[in-house]
Ligand binder design. Structure first.
Ligand code: FES
Length: 167
């Protein structure tokens, strides 16, 4: 056995004296060093609610657990229907579209299903129309994985007769 004992934490290697220090101070938990202990925070802007979620959690799922439905469609049209009749988080209906107003970099990249749903106006053009002008912030909450702090605006609003469309 080596005279100089070391103690490994992830990719870091500490001499044994440091290891004793970490043990004494209670900082021995690996997750403390890897950052896994730090839970991402999700702030729902309209609902004025903030929750902590595990890394990699699905935005729609954590909202449902927190008692919020993100299946509001756009402009709140048919929100009560969308709450109950949606694709169940498969990225097909587009009713769970939200705006990530802060922290888009803390989410996964746009998935193929999102690209299809948000960029293809067939069969339902509403999510596609809502996507115009919100390309940098709009996501389908059921396809969004959270890897850091984000702020979410549910039920995005858009103006069919505004400058995006007919001017
Ligand atoms: S729940 Fe249908 S697209 Fe997200």
């Amino acid at each position: 056995m080596s005279k100089f004992r070391t103690w490994r934490v992830g990719k870091y290697c500490f001499p044994s004296s440091d290891a004793r220090f970490f043990e004494k101070t209670g900082l021995r938990n690996r997750s403390f060093f890897s950052g896994a202990d730090i839970m991402p925070r999700v702030k729902f802007v309209k609902e004025k609610k903030e929750i902590e979620v595990p890394d990699g959690a699905c935005l729609r799922d954590v909202a449902l657990k927190a008692g919020l439905s993100l299946n509001l469609g756009v402009n709140g049209i048919g929100a009560s229907i969308n709450r109950n009749f949606n694709c169940g988080g498969k990225g097909l209906c587009g009713t769970c579209a939200v705006l990530i107003v802060k922290g888009m970099e803390n989410t996964n990249p746009l998935t193929k299903r999102e690209k299809l749903r948000l960029k293809c106006p067939i069969p339902d053009p509403i999510p596609t129309l809502a996507y115009i002008g919100h390309e940098d912030t709009m996501r389908l909450s059921c396809m969004t994985k959270i890897h850091g702090d984000i702020e979410v605006e549910s039920g995005p609003e858009f103006n069919l007769f505004g400058e995006n469309f007919f001017s």
